[in-house]
Write a new protein. Sequence first.
Length: 219
Amino acid sequence: MFWVRYTSFVMDGEHRTYRRQFLASTFKAGALLVLGWTALPKRGLSQGKDLKQPDTATFKDDGIIPNNRYPLLLYRGVINLGRTDPAAQVEEQFAANNWTNSWRNGIYPFHHYHSTSHEVLGIYRGSATVRLGGEQGRDFTVQAGDVIVIPAGVGHKNLGASNDFGVVGAYPDGRQWDLLTGQPGERPKADQNIAALPVPGNDPVYGASGPLRKIWQEE
């Protein structure tokens, strides 16, 4: 979900921040529904030979962060941010493929994961280094135009970012998400939640014909 700009994320304020974002996203989704925007067909950015395959990484359960047997997907430069409101461009691309309940902000500067939904993060401005997979995971540098699909259970943490860093987050079918940090008592309920989640019907970037379903269904 970085340090200079997002220090207000630690811990008491975090749920208030995301409650405000949830209310805003709920209002926005309702307005789009009234306008008929949600009737737009599912679409991908490009098809055929132009489709970019993602980098993948799989992380094992480290005893604190459960991670997932499904690989994380990292698309490099798949969104051509040519508009004056790049965050809206990312939101619309995700929503067209039924990844909704979106928010705009940064990524928490502590290890966390979600057990009730997979998550997509679209970088619409700036750059950052994130650690994925928990304390024993790997560090990745991402920048505007990149998209990260994070399976439920996979840890993610902000290690540092440019001052202008901005992210859009969204969830398949607009699922509600929880916020877990590897504390005692989270499991085994978190593991049960993760195991019950279906493979999303659409890749958030390329739609039904995108790589996500093929890659995840092979696992």
